[in-house]
Design a protein around this ligand. Structure first.
Ligand SMILES: Cc1cc2nc3c(=O)[nH]c(=O)nc-3n(C[C@H](O)[C@H](O)[C@H](O)COP(=O)(O)OP(=O)(O)OC[C@H]3O[C@@H](n4cnc5c(N)ncnc54)[C@H](O)[C@@H]3O)c2cc1C
Length: 148
């Protein structure tokens, strides 16, 4: 292993691996240091769900910006594709409906293909959720919270 580098990345999770890839692609003399094995932390335990529905705008921006990497994995990284496109439904309680609507508007403003619908519309079968993100306001007993 080289003893000097222009950049040292500590941690071989998805973030460290992404950073070292980006540095190497730009010709930077960089080294990644991992105390255990690659992906031995949270990255190795991830459910591997890729989504753009975040309540935090910056998380959503980051997810949207990284989406082409997953979508074009073979062309960019080589090897078999790692991404299967599906749909995503986020269900919230009625009291969070307005926050959800604002959240969805924010996401749309970033170019995320998403929409907010009611529980009745979901039950009415008006949703083709494959390949898009759908959020609904319903009376489920264990809703998620659409705001940090
Ligand atoms: C059960 C579970 C499911 C998840 N599901 C999803 C999902 O579906 N979708 C999603 O987007 N996110 C998911 N996440 C979150 C996601 O996995 C993490 O946000 C992401 O993996 C964090 O990556 P990281 O590189 O920052 O950290 P890590 O993957 O934890 O990597 C940190 C690395 O740094 C190393 N390290 C630490 N200290 C040192 C040191 N001093 N010297 C050298 N190396 C060191 C560790 O050994 C580790 O390998 C999930 C997380 C968990 C736990």
């Amino acid at each position: 292993m080289s003893q000097t580098a222009d950049a040292v990345v500590i941690g071989g999770g998805v973030n460290g691996a992404s950073i070292i890839y980006a540095l190497a692609a730009r010709g930077v003399n960089a080294v990644l240091v991992e105390k255990g094995a690659l992906a031995s932390g949270a990255s190795g335990r991830s459910s591997a769900l890729v989504r753009m529905h975040y309540t935090n705008e910056w998380d959503a921006r980051l997810a949207r910006a990284s989406f082409p990497v997953f979508k074009n994995w073979t062309e960019l990284m080589g090897g078999p594709g790692v991404f299967t496109r599906s749909g995503f439904v986020n269900v919230v309680a009625p009291e969070f409906a307005e926050r959800l609507r604002l959240n969805v508007e924010m996401l749309k403003g970033l170019g995320v293909n998403t929409t907010a619908i009611t529980a009745a519309e979901l039950h009415g079968g008006q949703v083709a959720c494959a390949r898009r993100s759908v959020s609904i306001s319903t009376r489920g007993r264990r809703p998620s919270t659409p705001w940090p």
